[in-house]
Each structure stands twice: as C-alpha cells, then as structure tokens.
Design a protein around this ligand. Structure first.
Ligand code: ATP
Length: 878
C-alpha cells in the first residue's frame, strides 16, 4: 500500500471519506469521535489509590510512628500502641484524601490547558478542542500552532515546521502541499505531511487528518514513555529533608529524657514508652500532606485569578519572584489599537479629519491590503495592530473584502517580530472603481498591473526604500527627506503611539526580491491605552520588592512614554541594538538598573533573563510568540498569554494567563506568597508547641518530679494539635501585608526572618508555664496535677493556633471568622478535651481525673497566656 505522502491530497481525502472543500459534517465528526476515541496521547497514568496510600505510609515520619507503635505493643502498653496507630490512620486518611483531591485539582487544570484548534466542518471554520479532532478533519494551521494530529497537507503558504520532537532536528523544514513523493521517505523528508506535536514556525497551511491520538507517530513514541514519575517540588524536597532532621532530633531528645527519668528511678519500661511518645510528639507528621494540599489548592485559587498553572513547582516559585519582565502590548496595555494619526509627506492628519482626502486613501489602502486581519460585521478579527488598520480603512470607505477582490494577493513575506515588517505582492484587477482609478493611475504607470505593499517599524522599512511619495509624485529618497521622515516619526512616538511605516512599488512583473526599491508612502500612529488596573499592580510590585521591567518590540520613545504613564519610572532604557553589542557579562553589570527594553527581538529576551538570573534574580518572563519559547523556558516562571499566545509559547510556559493581563501575574505572585506564608505558619505552630512540650518533659526530672504527662496524653495532644489545628492553618487567607515585604529567596531558610527565634521563645515560654503548673500542683499533692498540666497544654495549643495566624497583625484585627475552618477545629478540639477529662470511660483510657470548676478555670486562663504573649510581641514589633 502506498503511504499517504505518496498520494495526491485529494486521493488521500477520498480514501478517508473527507471533503477538501467543506471538511467533514459535524455529524460525521461526532460519529468518528465515538468510533476512534478522543485525540489524546494516553497520558502517563495517574497513581492508583493503593499507590497513593503506600506513598502516605512509606513517609519516613510515618514509618517512625509505626515502629513506635510496635515498640509500645511489645513493651506492653497496648493503649499506647492503639493510640499511635490511630494517629497513623488518621494522618494517612487525611493525607490520602488531600492527595486525591490535589490530584483531581491538577487533572482539571491539565484539561484546561488543552489547546484549541481551527477546523473546517460543514464548510465553516470553527474552533474545537484538540481532543475532538478526528480522522478526515480539515485543520487550519498558522504560525505558532502545535500540530494537533498527523495528516496530509492540502494547502501551504510559506509553511515551515519544526519537527524536533520527532526527528531531533531543530532547524525548521519547508513544507509543500503540492509535492507527491514517489520513493519511501524517512519522516524528516516527508515534505507534504505534518505530524502531531510538531510546531509551525512560519507561514500557514491546511491539512487533512490521517491519524489521531495513539495512532500518530508521536503516539508510538508516547507508548514507550508511559511511566513518567511526578517529581517533588523544591519546597517538598526541602521539607522532606527537614522532616528527617526533626525525626532524628526527636529520637535523640527522647532518649535523653528517658535516660534522665531512668536515672531518677522511674521504671525502665515506663521510660521506654515515654521515649517513644516524646519522639512521636516531636515529629510534625502532618507536614507532607499540608504542603501537597497547599500547592494544589493554591493552583486552583490562582486559576480563579486567571493564572493557569502548568507545572506545580511554579506555585511556590511565584512567591519568590523578584523581577517581572513583561511584554508591553496586550499585557500592560489593552491591545485595543486604533489608528489616530496619518502622516504623509510631513502632513499629519487626525484620522477623523482624513475623511474625503483622496491622497490619504493610498496609505490606508496599502495598510489594509498588506494585512492578514479580516472584518466580520464591522468587527475586526486578527492581530490588533492589523485590525486597527483595516478598521481605519473601512471607516474611510475602503472595506478590506472589496480591496482584496480588486488587488488579490499572489505572494507574501509574513511579519515576524525579528524583522518587524511584512510585505505582500498583489495583482490589480481592472477596471477599478472611479475614485480608486484616479489614485491608481497617479501611482502606477500604464503597463504595471502588479504591486508590492510593505509595512513595518520605520527602521526596518528604511533599508528597503529608495524613493518617497511626495506631493502626488515619486521623488528619490534624499538624506534630507530621510531626516524629515525620522523626525516626524519621533514626534509621533513621543506621544506614546505605535508607529507603522508604509511603502509600495508598482511593477509590471514579479520582482526578484519583494522588499527592494520600495517607495515610502507615509506613517500611521496607533494608540493603545494602558490597562487601567496595571498601574495599581505595578505599585503593588514596588512595595513588594519586585522589579517590573517592560520589554517591547516598539520604538524607545513610544515605550518610554507608556512606561512613565504606568509608573515603571524613569529607569534607563536599552534598545535591542544596544543589547546586540553587549555580551551577557556586560549586561549583567547594568541589568538590575534597566526599566525598559525597546525594539528587542525575542532572542534578546533570553539574554535579559540570563543576565538577571546571574544576578540572583528570580525572573518571571512573559511571551506569546514562537520565538519567545526559549526565554520562557529559561525564566524561573515562564508566563504565556492565553488569548494572543501561540500554542508553542503556552507549551513552554509554567503558567498561562487566561486574560493576558499583567495584573493577573501580580495576583498569582500574591497567592504564591500566601501559600508559602501558610506553610511557615504551620511549621511555626507545630514546632513551637512541640518545643514547649519537650521543655516540660526535659525540666521535670531536674525539679524532682515524675514525668508530668503519661504517654497517651502526649499522643493525644499530638493528634489534636499537629493534626486538626495545624492543618486548618493552611487555609489561612492572605495577610494584609503580604505584598509589603521583600520576596523570600528559594534558598532562604524556612526559619528566616525571626521565625526560628519565635519557635524558640514561644516554646520556652510555653514550657515554663507548664512546668510551673506541674510544680505547683504536684508539690501540693493534688491528685489532679497531671490532668491540670495536660489540660493547660491542650488549651495552650488551641489558643496558640489563633495567635500564629498572622505574623504581625493582631487576631482582633483579622477577626476570628476570617478562618472558619480553624475556628471549627478550635471548637471541636476544645469539646474533645472536655470529653477526655470528664467522661469516665475516657478517664480510664487517658489516665485523667475530673477537674473541679476552679481548676478548670485556671487551666483555661493559663492556656491563653501563650496567646497573649504572642499578641504582645506582635504589638511590640508593629
Ligand atoms: P510588545 O513587545 O510590546 O508586546 P509586540 O510584541 O506586539 O509588542 P512586535 O509584534 O514585535 O511587538 O512589533 C514590533 C514592531 O513591529 C512594532 O513596533 C511595529 O512597528 C511592527 N509591527 C507590529 N505588528 C506588525 C504587523 N502586523 N505588520 C508589520 N509591522 C508590525
């Protein structure tokens, strides 16, 4: 059988029952979707429930607990063994549920990240999800698309495809629909085919789908690579490390305490059990679950703020961002371009005054013809710059569709951000309408019936020019004229306008080179208003210690004007030209001072990211085009535009902005900070409490007391505090000042900025309160002395959970109700503690006695002391 590439496109279409004119019908497409299944590469399978459970149980901290339970069982206290196992089961259940929830949240995010595809069905161009592309579909491709399936090309215009994913060859290859290959060819040489997951680097085309999903070439490879493991994020790795250190520390300390107790004359068996309980209590076993859930829920919250997370580590890195490099157009500005000024031969005319000025129609006409946007019921579709041009032309009675009929396009050199210009070649259909007839006759000698139009940034257009259209005739481009044009350009750019130059050249026949010996026509100034919310977002970055850098393909004067408008400030500006002369080393020395980069190419972005990173910055970089991919990959956080971004940019990015809005990046950064803050709060809370408990157990023997808590009580405290209360802390909403402090560097210790000291002093203070209670009641021979200590400790830990909610604000300012999950946990644990000391069955199990009213009140009062101490310290520092 012949391969698809050995057949004409129409033969291929016939063989798979498709139609090259109208595509499939919607009904057929649906049937085929049912028959062949969705166009998906079978993703690496998610973890099975058993794997998740095993992951939970095999955590080092949990293994420690299980060993502890076994030792307790052997040594003889079944109660403790049961209690420890209860902790294990409680934790595993919690962790299991959270991890499943996290997995589901991430799976939902993944679904959202599936690109859409333009297909032709029922004769209409429609958008559909890549997953629902079927065999026989006609798919339209343009620069920046990722090819959604394998297929035979039907039409190509300068189409180039990068097929490195399949062939390893990174240079793009040319594609030609008309080619029919006779011999068998390796994949890289099949120039009339396109393949799933390759990317369009230039031009456009249409292909008919021959294979989808796992039947595609990439599908064959995917089958081989199915078991990809999800890697832990840097924070998860660091916390796992911390867990190990704490575990080892806990064992060491518990052995010391047990030995001391033994020397004091406590029975060995009792001391062994105590050692085990202390070790269990000192370990923050809830930590892994908290981190997983905090990251996944954070990703969900970021989506609500329009940032779609593609890689989980991005959630934590976002909180550490120190520099945001943002494109100007569409991200800082609204991308609602309108032509406001026309400039011809030094005469500047506002668009509204240009009505009925025939000499300007040539300028508008060329802008509309050298243009890929289209008008649909007065609504322009396409690149906003181009949309503005056809809208302006239509306003002056030159609708694009009509112009396209009169001057059909026969060739083109597409726009790209490196060249910053675009050129098209047209045939002129006679007869023209009278009002255009006159204009055309003026510019085109009688034997010419083709014309080149070019538009682009002035500096990139100038090398293609040799004449100028002045006063309705062609004149040579003299130095004087060039000077005049440039100063007119600067005048427009100084007002913050994007300036496009236009040129043309009438010809009798196709030229050797399109962009050569052109006649300069004039310029248009386009206005793009700043997004209203961006100014505040930039202000927020400034207080948060985050530098904002504008990167634009626009002219320096335009860029500067808008940067000042937005408050990016008067930092110095570098142009792409400056950058090209600068090695990265030199850029590195100045890079932190630059606020605006103008006239840059996507390659420059890579250089900027590298230089910033070498200076220790954590960089978020935005991008939308194919060429932005390397910079997006290099940045710590690659940010792709959801609306205007190409598939290629999205694939390279860590997050995709659903609304293309700079303010959404800042919102995501804020969420990232909240997550990190909450993890810190969790650690502070559990460790400070555990340290307090350790002091109590450590100091008691020195004061000649027996061990003040029985093992089961230690385990109980551990269950309520490290379990319920601590977990609820990860739902803490943002602190008011979250964007008023400098970012945490990813390598900065978790205990930095006073947290380590807080843990130590709170722990010591708590230990002292407890030891005083113990000493007082024990020395007076009160049989309830252990229950007093136990209950004061429980109440202290409950109170402390509310105290650590904010690192600087008082609880009375943030309010009890702003974290209802924690409030619920507080109430539940309080009630449970009452049950444990007052219900007779529990008294036996927990070795407690009922406290009388006075004792209970004292325990309650002393329990809140630690809370007041924490609040006092916060007030002091405020
Ligand atoms: P920013 O970098 O600020 O987000 P951008 O990415 O839109 O802007 P480019 O698309 O690289 O910037 O445009 C750079 C320059 O190229 C513009 O200043 C303009 O002069 C010119 N230009 C933009 N779009 C077109 C187009 N469709 N045809 C011709 N020239 C264009």
């Amino acid at each position: 059988m012949s391969h698809w590439y050995q057949l004409e496109a129409d033969v291929v279409a016939r063989q798979i029952n498709s139609d090259l004119e109208d595509g499939l019908t919607t009904a057929t497409a649906q049937q085929r979707l049912l028959r062949d299944g969705p166009n998906e590469l079978m993703a690496a399978k998610g973890k099975s429930p058993w794997q998740v459970l095993w992951g939970q149980i095999s955590e080092p901290l949990v293994v420690m607990l299980i060993v502890a339970a076994v030792i307790s069982g052997i040594v003889g206290d079944l109660r403790d063994a049961i209690a420890i196992l209860a902790i294990v089961i409680f934790n595993a259940t919690l962790g299991f549920r959270q991890e499943r929830k996290a997995e589901r949240a991430l799976a939902a995010l993944k679904k959202l990240a599936v690109p859409t595809v333009r297909v032709k069905r029922d004769g209409q161009i429609q958008e559909c999800s890549m997953v629902s592309v079927v065999r026989g579909d006609l798919v339209l491709l343009e620069t920046g698309n990722v090819v959604p399936a394998d297929g035979r090309l039907v039409e190509t215009v300068n189409l180039q495809v990068q097929e490195a994913t399949l062939t390893g060859e990174s240079a793009p290859v040319d594609k030609q629909a008309s080619a029919v290959l006779t011999e068998e060819q390796p994949l890289g040489d099949r120039c009339n085919m396109v393949y799933h997951s390759t990317t369009i680097t230039r031009g456009r085309g249409t292909f008919v789908v021959t294979e989808t999903g796992m039947e595609t070439e990439i599908g064959h490879i995917a089958r081989m690579l199915q078991s990809v493991d999800v890697e832990a994020t840097p924070l998860q790795k660091r916390l796992a490390q911390l867990g190990k250190v704490l575990g080892a520390g806990a064992i060491a300390i518990s052995l010391v305490i047990a030995t001391m107790g033994f020397i004091q004359g406590e029975p060995l068996r009792q001391m062994l059990i105590t050692a085990v309980s202390i070790a269990v209590a000192a370990v923050p076993e809830g930590l892994p679950a908290v981190v997983t859930i905090a990251l996944a829920l954070g990703a969900e919250r970021m989506l609500k703020r329009q940032a779609l997370i593609r890689h989980l580590p991005a959630v934590e890195t976002l909180g550490s961002v120190t520099t945001i490099c943002s494109d100007k157009t569409g991200t800082l500005t609204a991308n609602r371009m309108t032509v406001t000024v026309l400039d011809m031969a030094d005469e500047q005319v506002a668009l509204e005054d240009a009505l009925n000025n025939p000499s300007l129609s040539l300028l508008l006409l060329s802008g509309a013809l050298c243009n890929d946007a289209s008008l649909d019921n007065d609504q322009a579709i396409g690149d906003p710059t181009e949309a503005a041009l056809i809208t302006a032309a239509a306003q002056l009675g030159l609708p694009k569709r009509k112009l396209d009929q009169l001057w059909p396009r026969i060739d083109e050199v597409p726009f790209d951000s490196d060249r910053k210009r675009m050129t098209t070649y047209h045939r002129c259909e006679q007869p023209l309408p009278t009002f255009l007839q006159q204009t055309w006759q003026q510019v085109a000698p009688s034997h010419t019936n083709t014309v080149v139009f070019s538009k682009g940034a002035l500096h990139s257009l100038i090398p293609t020019l040799d004449r100028v259209w002045v006063d309705d005739q062609v004149q040579p481009l003299t130095d004087d004229l060039r000077q005049r044009i440039c100063s007119a350009h600067d005048h427009l750019a100084n007002q913050g306008l994007r300036v496009l130059g236009l040129a043309f050249r009438p010809l009798a026949s196709a030229p050797e080179e399109l962009e050569h010996q052109l006649v300069f026509l004039g310029m248009m100034g386009l206005m793009d208003p700043a997004r209203p919310e961006v100014k505040d977002a930039i202000g927020l970055c400034q207080t948060a210690g985050i530098q904002v850098v504008m990167i634009t393909g626009d002219h320096p004067l335009t860029a500067k004007h808008i940067a000042q408008d937005l408050g990016i400030g008067s930092n110095p500006l570098l142009t792409g030209q400056d950058l090209s002369k600068m090695p990265v080393d030199e850029l590195e020395t100045v890079v932190t001072k630059i606020g605006v980069y103008a006239r840059v190419t996507p390659e420059d972005k890579l250089k900027i990211v590298q230089a910033l990173q070498r200076r220790g910055h954590i960089v978020a970089m935005t991008g939308d085009g194919v060429n932005d991919a390397p910079a997006l990959k290099q940045a710590d956080i690659g940010v792709a535009m959801g609306i205007t971004g190409t598939d290629v940019a999205k694939e390279a990015a860590d997050i995709v902005l659903q609304d293309d809005n700079f303010a959404s990046i800042v919102a995501a950064v804020r969420e990232g900070r909240v997550i990190y803050d909450n993890i810190r709060k969790f650690i502070k809370y559990t460790l400070a409490g555990n340290v307090g408990q350790l002091w109590l157990l450590f100091l008691a023997p020195f004061l000649g007391m027996p061990i003040p808590l029985v093992p089961i009580q230690i385990l109980w405290i551990n269950l309520i505090a490290d379990g319920l209360l601590a977990l609820a802390l990860s739902f803490e909403p943002a602190e008011q000042r979250v964007m008023e402090r400098p970012p945490y560097h990813p390598n900065e210790s978790i205990f930095s900025r006073g947290m380590g000291a807080d843990i130590l002093w709170i722990g010591l203070f708590l230990g002292l309160i407890l030891i005083l209670v113990a000493y007082d009641y024990q020395s007076s021979g009160n049989p309830a002395w252990q229950t007093m200590v136990f209950t004061t400790l429980a109440f202290s830990r409950i109170a402390l959970s509310e105290g650590v909610r904010s690192s600087s604000e008082s609880l009375f300012r943030i309010g009890l109700l702003s974290n209802t999950k924690l409030l619920g946990a507080v109430i539940v644990t309080f009630c449970l503690q009452l049950v444990v000391i007052y219900v007779p069955v529990c008294q036996v199990f927990f070795s407690t006695v009922a406290l009388n009213g006075q004792e209970f009140a004292i325990a309650l009062l002393l329990g809140t002391v630690i809370f007041w101490a924490v609040e006092f310290k916060k007030a002091l520092f405020r």
